[in-house]
Design a protein around this ligand. Structure first.
Ligand SMILES: [Zn+2]
Ligand SMILES: [Zn+2]
Ligand SMILES: [Zn+2]
Length: 412
């Protein structure tokens, strides 16, 4: 990160004023306010949000405008070079905007080691800056900025993409990088809106609002393009009947990774692959399966047989796999491609069984065969017992009686 772009002073350029109804940020430590007030000559600063120098925010907005321009498919086809500049400028925007927010919290937070911070280093821009990863942690833990795990992951990947670009040139798949960049862009637009706008003076706020409006339009174009591609890929997968063997792609997180599909240029050495229709990333099938195999031990230290497929007995049953044909994550066997919605352990040996076939308390075949047969049930007559009607089969037949038969003249 270049320090010049983030090295804003914390002193407001003009005397801060607040008008009723202005958004007052939740985050500002009293010490930070006192510190800032110490730097200010009389008249004493009115209470209210600390003011941010606009240049770093404007700088960040400029970077983002460039990102949108490079990724907007309605303008022109996005080339690998576009993606490269998008990534570089997006990361620059992340760094400058995060620093601006940290400055609003407390100026020492933009130093790698806040304990060693000096005003002189800040003012001369000779400080050793907070790393992007540190910045995320401080924003979350100190400034109370909400950054979801998914957003933190997208930020981390962006930083990785940028480093790869800087050190090895462009090696990664442009489509995957593009999709990830869109995610960060979306996050940053919200970040400026909710985390930086409240610290700006009204005039700067207006300018920022205009900048954000343009960015949102650009982001809409990018997203609409991504959506359009997704729709096309979706209908292709449906027509080809491969939805039940299309799973989530680890690179772009879309459910567009088709198993047993070779990349357009298969790597030397052969092997079986899965290839993503959205971002063109491809994975060797064995490596891919490992991502979904859960730990083999449960909380009590017991052995869990969740890896073993109940159908083919291969050690390849993935857990929580998003498959295109299913609305919920399922168990998916990477060996026989079966989808299993619910499993339960065999009542005898604990082996995983498919509940839809064997029921909720299943018993596998070996356990079924080895089971002690139940004691013989007491013999029950399958028909009604003559004894129920007072007959005694052991009794001698009664002696013939004439009265048993109707005689002429008797009433029926
Ligand atoms: Zn992908
Ligand atoms: Zn299987
Ligand atoms: Zn069993």
């Amino acid at each position: 990160m270049s320090d010049s772009e983030g090295a804003a002073t914390t002193e407001p350029s003009k005397t801060a004023t607040t008008t009723p109804g202005e958004i007052v940020p939740k985050q500002d430590s009293r010490r930070a306010r006192q510190m800032r007030r110490l730097q200010l000559p009389a008249p004493p600063r009115p209470s209210g949000p600390p003011q941010l120098d606009f240049p770093p925010v404007k700088n960040g907005l400029d970077y983002l405008a460039s990102v949108v321009k490079h990724l907007d498919e309605t303008e022109s086809e996005v080339s690998p070079s576009d993606v490269k500049y998008a990534v570089l400028h997006l990361q620059a925007a992340v760094e400058v905007l995060f620093k601006a927010r940290l400055l609003a919290e407390h100026w020492t937070l933009v130093f790698t080691h806040p304990g060693d911070a000096t005003r002189k280093a800040l003012d001369d821009a000779t400080l050793k800056s907070v790393t992007p990863e540190q910045a995320v942690t401080r924003l979350q833990n100190i400034a109370g900025v909400e950054i979801s795990d998914k957003e933190a992951m997208a930020l981390k990947r962006l930083a990785t993409d940028r480093n790869k670009l800087q050190h090895f040139g462009f090696t990664d798949n442009a489509r995957a990088v593009e999709a990830r960049a869109g995610e960060v862009l979306d996050f940053l637009i919200r970040f400026i809106d909710t985390e930086l706008q409240p610290y700006l003076e009204p005039a700067d706020r207006l300018e920022t609002e205009l900048g954000l409006k343009n960015l949102r339009e650009g982001l809409g174009n990018i997203n609409a393009y991504v959506q359009q591609r997704m729709n096309r890929i979706g209908s292709e997968l449906r027509k080809q009947g491969v939805e039940s063997t299309t799973i989530e792609c680890p690179a772009c997180e879309n459910v567009t990774l088709v198993l047993d599909e070779d990349p357009p240029v298969p790597p030397a050495g052969g092997g079986a692959y899965a290839t993503c229709r959205f971002c063109s990333s491809f994975f060797e099938l064995g490596d891919l399966a490992m991502r979904w195999l859960p730990p083999l031990w449960d909380a009590q230290g017991g052995f869990v047989y969740t890896h073993i497929c109940p159908w083919c007995d291969a050690e390849a049953l993935g857990t929580d796999v998003r498959v295109r044909s299913e609305s919920e994550p399922v168990y998916f066997c990477f060996a026989c491609s079966r989808i299993i919605k619910e499993i339960a352990p065999c009542d005898g040996c604990g082996k995983s069984m498919d509940v839809s076939v064997w029921g909720a308390v299943p018993l596998c075949q070996p356990c079924e065969d080895a089971r002690e047969p139940d004691p013989e049930p007491e013999y029950e007559l399958p028909y009604e017992d003559p004894a129920d009607y007072g007959f005694d089969e052991g009794a001698k037949p009664p002696a013939y009686e004439n009265s048993w038969f109707l005689k002429e003249g008797d009433k029926a």
